[in-house]
Design a binder for this molecule. Structure first.
Ligand code: HEM
Length: 483
């Protein structure tokens, strides 16, 4: 069972935030490609570490001492440890040879050594200060981190004796308190909240010149995560697609044969003319699934969903790996549980309630002009998808919209609510065929309510079969909403 302290850490393994310079340096390491990306929901994924490194500059005064005019020595890295820069700009980077993630515990092992030499003996090749830290192991468990190393050091005897090297194995040198981690895509970073603390046994590595608890350099860790899914329990696409028999009563939004939790959308709008701004009311039902947000402000809580109007790219779905650029959003609401509405900025910033029964009502300002300002191409529509960095394929739905010139006799008609034109067949199937075959398990139209003359209220109800999705971590830009 996870402790509250650990929870943000593990949750954040699928979260997002700023990348640090260290994370950027890891960017060259190939992360999971889209092809091998996970095909399960975020909370089912198992994360492993693909590459990791950390920076720990020992202690500024020590580095100055060793490389400065007192010790006139050097600090060198061997193997997977590199030392760059000089004096106060010295940076010591440790590249993990092995990285293991076990629940909330991240363990990095570094092959290599850091070697400090100082006070050269006048008449020999020996250095009176000769300290080597090797076999480094960094463990981060929730908010606690500790660095363990084998230490080989000449103890300080006097100012002219190079005493025999003394070996000590598995010395815990320094401990830190860690901040909350951040993640950008597969890149995971975590820093200490401040300086580290030298341990009693770690004093030996520094000639016992420091006291236990003395400040040591802070720690910055970056890792590239690899996400995989457990063995699938069900095929990505059901063998027998849920082919709804022609609904005899389209005005009945609920289909008793479908599970209660099948998300459905309905919307009502006045005629959508190409000019002006129209208020479209979107209602949702069946959004009962417990989908967890992976980034603040809702990390670890129900992620809710975005209800957005915009001109989205053909491939816009987070679960298919589409980045935020694919989703230029002219207006958006965020449906979250009532207790979380203030956390996301309240109604003033677009929060609407997602009730415990999984329903919501959101009003969107729909303006063709506004959407056109954001994108030169793409499909006008109302889109829903999981918020807070979560990925939930069954919540990714689209209601395509069409705008008409200001004067026509006929009202604006939504296009068929299938939203992946690139996956539609080219066989000349009719719209109805396409809806029925719905080869990606998507958007079976249950009905159209009230489609009448100019100014008519259009209500479309769509449902969709959840389908397996590919992982992604690009998150939508949310103008006017907290991230
Ligand atoms: C010829 C032998 C040595 C001489 C003359 C010497 C001299 C000094 C001096 C003058 C300082 C004070 C620096 C300052 O506070 O500004 C110092 C600090 C220190 N020495 Fe040595 N030392 C010697 C050997 C060693 C050895 C063998 C070790 C470790 C095994 C060692 C570890 C340290 C450490 C850790 C500091 C504290 C550096 C700091 O953080 O400011 N020294 N030493």
């Amino acid at each position: 069972m996870r402790t509250p302290q650990i929870r943000p850490f593990t949750r954040a393994l699928v979260a997002v935030a700023t990348a640090t310079a260290l994370a950027t340096s890891l960017a060259a390491t190939p992360a999971a490609t889209a092809a091998e990306a996970a095909t399960c929901s975020a909370e089912q994924q198992i994360s492993s570490v693909q590459a990791a490194n950390f920076v720990w500059n020992i202690r500024e005064s020590y580095v100055n001492y060793i490389t400065g005019p007192i010790a006139r020595g050097s600090l060198t890295g061997e193997g997977d440890i590199t030392v760059t820069g000089e004096r106060k700009d010295t940076k010591i980077e440790y590249r993990a040879t092995k990285a293991e993630l076990d629940g909330s515990k991240l363990q990095l092992t570094v092959d290599g050594a850091i070697h400090a030499l100082g006070h050269k003996q006048a008449d020999s090749e020996d250095w009176i200060l000769d300290t080597k830290l090797s076999n480094l192991r960094l463990t981060i468990d929730g908010a606690n981190a500790a660095l363990v190393a084998d230490v080989a050091s000449r103890p300080m005897e006097d100012t002219h004796t190079a005493s025999p090297v003394e070996q000590r194995k598995a010395v815990t040198l320094v401990t830190w308190t860690m901040d909350r981690p951040t993640i950008d895509g597969e890149q995971f970073t975590i820093n200490s909240t401040g300086a580290g603390a030298l341990t009693e046994e770690g004093r030996f590595a520094f000639g016992n010149f420091y006291k236990a608890g003395d400040e040591m350099a802070p720690l910055a860790v970056a890792a590239v995560l690899h996400k995989t899914c457990p063995a699938p329990e069900q095929p990505e696409q059901p063998d027998t697609p849920e082919t709804p028999e022609q609904p005899t009563n389209p005005s009945q939004p609920s289909n008793p044969e479908q599970p209660a939790a099948t998300p459905q959308l309905a919307y009502s709008a006045p005629q959508l003319t190409a000019d002006g701004t129209h208020v479209v009311t979107v209602t949702g039902t069946g959004f009962t699934k417990e989908v967890l947000a992976s980034r603040p402000p809702l990390a670890g809580k129900n992620a809710g969903l975005y209800i957005a109007f915009g001109r989205f790219a053909d491939e816009w779905k987070p679960s298919a790996g589409a980045g935020r650029d694919a989703r230029p959003t002219a207006d958006v609401k965020w449906a979250v549980h009532q207790e979380d509405m203030q956390l996301v900025g309240g109604a003033a910033r677009g929060a609407v309630e997602l009730t415990p029964a999984g329903t919501f009502t959101a009003q969107l300002q729909v303006s063709k002009e506004a959407a056109d300002k954001l994108a030169d191409s793409g499909n006008y529509g109302i889109y829903t998808y999981a918020g807070g960095g979560a990925v939930e394929p069954s919540w990714e739905m689209a209601i395509p919209l069409q705008f008409v010139d200001a004067t026509p006799e006929t009202p604006a008609q939504p296009e068929q609510p299938q939203n992946q034109p690139e996956t539609s067949d080219n066989s000349g199937n009719t719209s109805a065929d396409k809806q029925e075959s719905s080869s990606n398990g998507y958007a079976a139209i249950l009905g159209v309510l009230g489609l009448a003359g100019v100014g008519a209220l259009l209500v479309w109800i769509i449902s969709q079969t959840p389908f397996a999705a590919q992982i992604l971590n690009n998150l939508p830009p949310l103008p006017g909403l907290p991230r």
